[in-house]
Design a protein around this ligand. Structure first.
Ligand SMILES: Cc1cc2nc3c(=O)[nH]c(=O)nc-3n(C[C@H](O)[C@H](O)[C@H](O)COP(=O)(O)OP(=O)(O)OC[C@H]3O[C@@H](n4cnc5c(N)ncnc54)[C@H](O)[C@@H]3O)c2cc1C
Length: 289
């Protein structure tokens, strides 16, 4: 199918975007990489009158370190993140996760901001944002808001973004020397959305876990953390007994939705497998020299 007819504009200034959004309201849609939006238009799931292309907005581009945070502009593509030495150094979880996102052609166009705004519960970036205690920077005519990852995702494809707001960037705290990261997922074929995935982060202090973050994709109606399971791991070194306790806590805490191909029980089992793999990966990671 082809998309219904729409008007198209490519503003060079953010102020112009805000005034177009104010003028057209629900009839306008922001266009980033188009890797989700164009498919929904072609399937006629959405029929906006106007597409506002964000490609020419330099404020939404670039990767930089500002003080204690890594800032990644909303229009930075998945491939740019994959290739970035700054990301590999300061937010290595993103570097680990990015090869799981779709395929090269899609990664060359799809953007961080588009993925975060869309809030797919099976997507990689939303879970990584949660695992890293990231921030979403949203701007509108009335100024900038900084929204913590924990408060950003509100339900199935639901976010805290308000009408007239656009994501300009995400910020991630710089990785600390004691911090370890692991990402893993199971998908039917490489590049498919995850059946179950886990983005994990923890500090290791004398071999014991501290400040564990377990952020899941594909198991609920939105990306989510499992704080009770994180708490079981706090202060513990990894052993078979600790792993069994954490897996039991996870079984109580997760309520995975079935999808077209996997039952809730299968997803429960796979989540336990992901937990085991990621915890072992966290403790196996070497200290930086
Ligand atoms: C075959 C295929 C496989 C895929 N597999 C995966 C996968 O495994 N994992 C994964 O995570 N993704 C996957 N994707 C999606 C891909 O990662 C998209 O790039 C991403 O979801 C959306 O980014 P985009 O830049 O293309 O956004 P667009 O499609 O342009 O926009 C998506 C939505 O976000 C809004 N939006 C965009 N930018 C902003 C902004 N700055 N502020 C506010 N709202 C904004 C748009 O209005 C739209 O509603 C796949 C896509 C395809 C086509």
């Amino acid at each position: 199918m082809k998309a219904p007819a729409f008007s198209y504009t490519r503003p060079a200034q953010l102020a112009e975007v805000f005034s177009l959004l104010a003028q057209h309201g629900d009839e306008a849609r922001l266009l980033a990489g188009g890797q989700t939006l164009m498919a929904t238009l072609n399937m006629r799931l959405s029929e906006p009158a106007l597409l506002i292309d964000l490609q020419s907005l330099s404020e939404l581009k670039g990767i930089s370190v500002n003080g204690n945070t890594l800032r990644i502009g909303a229009m930075v593509t998945h491939s740019e993140i994959e290739a970035s030495a700054l990301v590999a150094q300061h937010a290595p979880l993103l570097t680990q996760a990015v090869p799981h996102i779709a395929h090269r052609a899609i990664r060359n166009l799809g953007t961080l901001g588009g993925s975060i705004a869309y809030g797919d519960p099976a997507a990689e970036w939303p879970a990584c944002l949660l695992a890293l205690d990231g921030m979403v920077l949203a701007r509108s005519q009335s100024g900038e808001r900084r929204i913590a990852a924990q408060d950003f995702f509100t339900g199935l494809y639901g976010t805290a973004l308000e009408a007239g707001e656009i994501i300009t960037a995400c910020e991630f705290p710089l990785a600390a020397p004691t911090q370890r990261f692991a990402f893993d997922e199971l998908a039917r074929r490489h590049g498919d959305y995850a059946v179950v995935g886990l983005a994990a982060s923890a500090h290791l202090r004398n071999g014991a876990f501290d400040q564990v973050r377990l952020a899941w994709l594909g198991v609920g109606h939105m990306p989510l953390r499992t704080p009770a399971t994180e708490q079981i791991l706090q202060g513990q070194t990894l052993s078979d007994a600790v792993l069994a306790q954490a897996q039991a806590a996870l079984r109580d805490e997760l309520e995975p939705d079935a999808d077209l191909t996997h039952s809730s029980a299968t997803k429960h089992h796979l989540a336990g497998v992901m937990l085991k793999r990621c915890l072992h990966a966290l403790v196996a990671k070497k200290d930086p020299q």
